[in-house]
Design a protein around this ligand. Structure first.
Ligand code: SF4
Ligand code: SF4
Length: 287
């Protein structure tokens, strides 16, 4: 079962839920957690595993070979991302903008844009008791998160086909990276906070999940601050509120030193149990 942990905006507690839930579930079964927030992965700050594998990750980009190029400009016309440009008597490729779609390369009449690999980031695989943790990170200056997210999910699929629970700590927002991270999920946990900002971004995230036809539920973090409008919205729209992680200074203190919350705070463990029960019930329904 693939479970994506997502949120409409950053800083709502996605990583807190991912790391605590992964470790909690791993007390009873094998679990994989992949940090797909590849621009800024930080689940690893809370998980001290032993690194057992590391590999560079590449994307394919076109490389101009001027030998037979007629400067027809077709490559520039077909690129939807302005990643290839005809300038005077040259064809320029902007690797950071390239989505690796192969269109320019395939449609070039002279085969003057062969695709070549370019490093975009790296993947690390850490092992903890009953828990495999995968972390991918883009190199500085690389702007395309989607290819690395896709390759990281493939790594998990290939290595852990038999592992029952796979958690994906997804990027924040509602754009292409979060869609890539959630599109194969069986269930999406949307983390939010009970504030007007939280509600605003939760609505966007819910709309995105509806568009993707993804079953989803809400975990409210920092419960106790703000107002009750998030709860009202979930009730009105039949969205299950799975758990409410309380707001407290102690939680902030533990988080700031990279400690898992549920091991020290029973009130957090109770909420994780609710999430685990929700997952188990859902798992029974879909089997
Ligand atoms: S499509 Fe091919 S031949 Fe035409 S300008 Fe681009 S690289 Fe040159
Ligand atoms: S591979 Fe696709 S995105 Fe990249 S430059 Fe060519 S057409 Fe543009």
């Amino acid at each position: 079962m693939k479970i994506a942990i997502a949120s409409g905006k950053g800083g709502t507690g996605k990583t807190t839920l991912s790391t605590n839930l992964a470790t909690y579930l791993a007390e009873n079964q094998a679990v994989v957690l992949a940090d797909l927030d590849v621009e800024e992965p930080n689940s690893g700050l809370f998980l001290n595993g032993e690194m057992i594998h590391r590999e560079d990750k590449f994307k394919m980009i076109p490389s101009w070979d001027k030998t037979d190029c007629t400067l027809c400009g077709k490559c520039q016309q077909v690129c939807n991302f302005n990643a290839v440009m005809k300038l005077a008597e040259m064809i320029l490729v902007f690797p950071e903008l390239c989505h690796g779609c192969y269109a320019c390369s395939e449609l070039c009449p002279e085969n003057s844009l062969p695709m070549i690999p370019k490093k975009m980031g790296e993947l690390k695989h850490f092992r903890l008791p009953n828990l495999d943790f995968i972390e991918s990170k883009l190199i500085i200056g690389e702007e395309q998160a989607v290819p690395l997210i896709g390759q990281t999910i493939r790594y998990v699929d290939e290595k852990f086909a038999q592992t029952a629970i796979k958690l994906f700590d997804s990027p924040p927002g509602t754009s292409c990276p979060v869609i890539e991270a959630t599109k194969d999920a069986d269930l999406v946990l949307l983390v939010t906070e009970p504030t007007p900002f939280g509600l605003h971004d939760l609505k966007l995230a819910v709309e995105t999940m509806k568009e993707l036809k993804k079953p989803h539920g809400v975990v409210i973090n920092r419960f106790g601050i703000g107002d009750v409008k998030v709860e009202g919205y979930c009730l009105e729209n039949d969205i299950p509120i799975i758990a409410k992680i309380p707001n407290s200074r102690k939680i902030a203190e533990l988080y700031s030193v990279g400690k898992l919350l549920y091991k020290e705070l029973p009130e957090v463990k109770v909420e994780l149990e609710k999430v685990a029960e929700f997952i188990a019930t859902y798992q029974e329904e879909i089997v």
